[in-house]
Write a protein that binds this ligand. Sequence first.
Ligand SMILES: Nc1nc2c(ncn2[C@@H]2O[C@H](COP(=O)(O)OP(=O)(O)OP(=O)(O)O)[C@@H](O)[C@H]2O)c(=O)[nH]1
Ligand SMILES: Nc1nc2c(ncn2[C@@H]2O[C@H](COP(=O)(O)OP(=O)(O)OP(=O)(O)O)[C@@H](O)[C@H]2O)c(=O)[nH]1
Ligand SMILES: [Mg+2]
Ligand SMILES: [Mg+2]
Lengths: 275, 293
Amino acid sequence: IPLSRKISRDDIEKLEEVLISADVGVETTMEIIKDLKSKLSKSELTGSDVLVLLESHLMGILGEESGIEVNDKPFVILIAGVNGSGKTTTVAKLAHYFKSRGKKIVLAAGDTFRAAAQDQLEIWAKRAGVDIVNSHSGADPASVIYDASQKAMVKNFDIMIADTAGRLHTKKNLMEELRKVHRVAGKAIEGSPHEVILVVDATTGQNGLAQAEIFGQAIPLTGIILAKLDSTAKGGIAVAIRRKLGIPIKFIGVGEKIDDLAPFVPKDYVKAMLE
Amino acid sequence: QLTNRLNNAFRSLTSRGKLTTKNIKDGLQEVRMALLEADVNYKIVKQFIQNVEDEAVGDKVLTSITPGQQVVKIVHSKLIDLLGGKASPKISLPRSNPTVIMLVGLQGSGKTTHAAKLAVWLRNHDWNPTLVALDIYRPAAAQQIQTLAKQIGVASVLPSFMEQPLGIAQRAIKEAKTNGWDVLILDTAGRLQIDDQMMRELEQLQFKLKPDAVFLVVDAMTGQTAVDVGYEFARRVGIDGFVLTKLDGDAKGGAALSLRAVVGKPILFVGTGEKPDALEPFYPDRMASRILG
Ligand SMILES: Nc1nc2c(ncn2[C@@H]2O[C@H](COP(=O)(O)OP(=O)(O)OP(=O)(O)O)[C@@H](O)[C@H]2O)c(=O)[nH]1
Ligand SMILES: Nc1nc2c(ncn2[C@@H]2O[C@H](COP(=O)(O)OP(=O)(O)OP(=O)(O)O)[C@@H](O)[C@H]2O)c(=O)[nH]1
Ligand SMILES: [Mg+2]
Ligand SMILES: [Mg+2]
């Protein structure tokens, strides 16, 4: 967009490509474009005016920075999401994040289904230097979460992070299994799970909205972690999720190493989306 | 439902004469939105809509169906063409003693799972497949291949301590000849197409091993970046076909159109579940219907 000269309605149309290409989605993009056009009809705007307006509109949707406030003990974080989104790696990253802040952590290897899922989290637990509770393949995931909850209470852990198996939200039996895990967590520890996080792959398109919607109907989501933002994807579906469902983005995954987790900063995210 | 939306857009149209440019433009705006909501790439949608418009102008209005249905019919058949035509693509692999298939793609797309599925499919077509684990980075990646191989009853070649992907693959090729494995399925680590070091690893594997087929494994829920990913993998490594995964979900799968349009190679298989038997051939007409919703 030419920054200094006056902007026309056609120029604003061109912004549509920027937003759609960022996976913001048709509906949210049309709302933003409509708003910009109405501002244009009230006064002349330069390219840099439009950029500032666009940034503030997106920031308005994304809201204030929101992290994970560990305000109970043991504090339980439940991680869910579709297959391959980055959950297990995110569990490891969160463990490292809180351990480096002096917290005592235990993990629950809640994926008892996929090949080598337990092995994968065990290796991460060693690398992070945290405890882990696992079981045998085919065990009831709720029982792993129950055992980990017991251990967290008895052994005085600060935080318990529960990994779950990937599942497509279209599979009713798997969503029911997730509901059960959530229920059992709540029965084992009062107020648990305190944080219920949906891990969304930043390369996901519009299906990400359906994921947040359906997962959110099964369990009460408190936050999103947007993984793989180090890819060429802008993760714009997070904007649509925030706008339509009000779920805040708490962290972003920016790589495959244990320290590749960063707090979600709306200003930085929007700047990266628009460059 | 796209047909309903189109019928609404064409409510005022009389049922005689030819489809005018205005009718088509209105109808195609609805189609455009449907394609973007289905994750088809922005630039590809623009091109596609223009092509349909050029083709549809002057078409006689058919009296047996509504103008909305007619536009959908034109769009649907054009989508099928773009996805490779009516028939499922034929998969023919040369017998190379051993034949080598390499799976590549972004992190978490489903490569390892589909290595196992391809092994089952090949065995059902009279091959003797073996899985080769070339992912030396992801924790327990080799165990995942080992477990899957055991589940489906095929052999696997796993990394030895400190062994690099090229070495593992070359060893697997040697072992194939002595063990009578006629096809090797190489599972590689997930990687970003912008990770130069990891892309160079694939370039080297392709250059030294000369695989008979390199398949890009793509998640059906991939959004607008599918084009960048497909283009870059094709440019640097060379792609012979695609495997579109997790189609048992409700992602429309518009990435399929983007990949086919940009790389010009066929989608050969679709993944429809987590188990080793959840692999189907790709049907362009089913995909076109799915994308249009
Ligand atoms: N580049 C990049 N890769 C990531 C990121 N987070 C996870 N990954 C990679 O994505 C792949 C899948 O990660 P997992 O943690 O196994 O994903 P998952 O959701 O637990 O997968 P399932 O349990 O099989 O559903 C792995 O190769 C990870 O290294 C990220 O932020 N950036
Ligand atoms: N429902 C469904 N799940 C699938 C399908 N294909 C793979 N998965 C699941 O997706 C997740 C990721 O699969 P992997 O095979 O580990 O993916 P990958 O590409 O090897 O991942 P990296 O090696 O980390 O890059 C696992 O939970 C699989 O079970 C599919 O077609 N349908
Ligand atoms: Mg996992
Ligand atoms: Mg893998």
